[in-house]
Design a protein around this ligand. Structure first.
Ligand SMILES: Nc1ncnc2c1ncn2[C@@H]1O[C@H](COP(=O)(O)OP(=O)(O)OP(=O)(O)O)[C@@H](O)[C@H]1O
Ligand SMILES: O=P(O)(O)OC[C@H]1O[C@H](OP(=O)(O)OP(=O)(O)O)[C@H](O)[C@@H]1O
Ligand SMILES: [Mg+2]
Length: 298
């Protein structure tokens, strides 16, 4: 059922929720989340947000029920495999990879157990929320196994005697450590992505999606960039700019009371490390400022 308004699905509560909402707000999409409401109408653009469980987002896109969705690649792949196995369509378009939700899907076992390779998992029971991804990996390795499907607290399964190993998401590794487990295989690297349903869009919707994508590019680029300002001795200008990341085209300005020094301004694609600032200082640079950039458009 097509509507005039662009429908975007985001996770209601969880690891992706805050970052997705922040990203949309930074793109100029205005909305007000009230209580437990599942559909939120944006105030300044023809956009409706659907706040759902992340597991439901790939299916909503693949069934063509919503236009865009923010989802972790792990969940997207799992649902895609599940639907393909059932003979249901699993089409979607990838719009862009995002800079949050980074994690990996890994197999872990008791920290004191010996592990030489995937063959050590032969005949073992693996607790997971991602049975399809585990199956794909184990089939590739030629290892047979059984699963124990758990939607949460996967890491407690070995201690609770429910499984011999687990396959779950890992970021810092703190949850594994707290449960006496060690990571032995990484089967997937994942980040949050923005996906779109397959098929045609009205010209208005298409234009709105393109506007959002351009703004998103600006927001993500701005987050990674810094505006750097400093004063440097004119004779050291070349050495100073050589130390600055992405300083191909700096603005160099004279100082009103000191002809021996200049002001250097530039947009850097990276942050400036303390070590680099110390090197700049050693070259005679002063008043070194590193400022965040809110928005940018090239
Ligand atoms: N520790 C982590 N660090 C970074 N990203 C993570 C981490 N854990 C999960 N993610 C990413 O965030 C997504 C959502 O994780 P979350 O734990 O909020 O899911 P959930 O408990 O299944 O939520 P829901 O209630 O919506 O089903 C994961 O599918 C993954 O892509
Ligand atoms: O390696 P770490 O940094 O410890 O992160 C890994 C944990 O994060 C996720 O769960 P989350 O905290 O989102 O809770 P959930 O089990 O309720 O989904 C994931 O399922 C792991 O349990
Ligand atoms: Mg979920």
């Amino acid at each position: 059922m097509q509507t005039q308004r662009l429908r975007i699905a985001i996770q209601k509560k969880g690891r992706l929720s805050t970052e997705c909402k922040d990203l949309l707000k930074r793109c100029g999409v205005k909305f007000n989340l009230i209580g437990e409401r599942l559909v939120v109408h944006c105030e300044n653009m023809p956009i409706d947000l659907l706040l759902v469980r992340d597991d439901d987002i790939p299916g909503l896109i693949m069934d063509g029920v919503v236009d865009l969705g923010f989802i972790g690649e792990n969940e997207l792949e799992e649902v895609g495999l599940e639907r393909a196995a059932r003979g249901e369509p699993s089409h979607y378009e990838m719009l862009r990879r995002l800079d949050f939700g980074g994690c990996r899907l890994s197999i872990a076992i008791d920290k004191d157990e010996e592990y030489l390779g995937p063959q050590d998992l032969q005949g073992k029971r693996i607790a997971t929320t991602y049975p399809q991804l585990v199956k794909r990996y184990m089939t590739e390795q030629g290892v047979t196994f059984s699963t124990c499907m758990l939607n949460g607290s996967v890491e407690v399964a070995p201690r609770a005697g429910l499984a011999d190993a687990i396959c779950d998401l890992v970021s810092t590794g703190a949850t594994l450590e707290a449960n006496g487990l060690k990571e032995v295989e990484v089967i997937l690297q994942s980040k949050a992505v923005l996906i779109q349903r397959s098929g045609d869009f009205s010209a208005d919707k298409q234009a709105l999606i393109e506007r959002l994508l351009t703004r998103m590019q600006g927001v993500i680029q701005a987050k990674e960039s810094k505006y750097i300002m400093l004063h440097a001795p004119t004779e050291c200008l070349e050495q100073v700019t050589a130390l600055l990341p992405g300083a191909e085209d700096p603005t160099v300005l004279p100082l009103s009371h000191d002809k021996s020094r200049v002001a250097v301004h530039l947009v850097s694609s990276e942050n400036l490390f303390w070590e680099t600032m110390e090197q700049l200082k050693a070259l005679g640079a002063s008043s070194i400022l590193v400022l965040p950039i809110e928005k940018m458009m090239e």
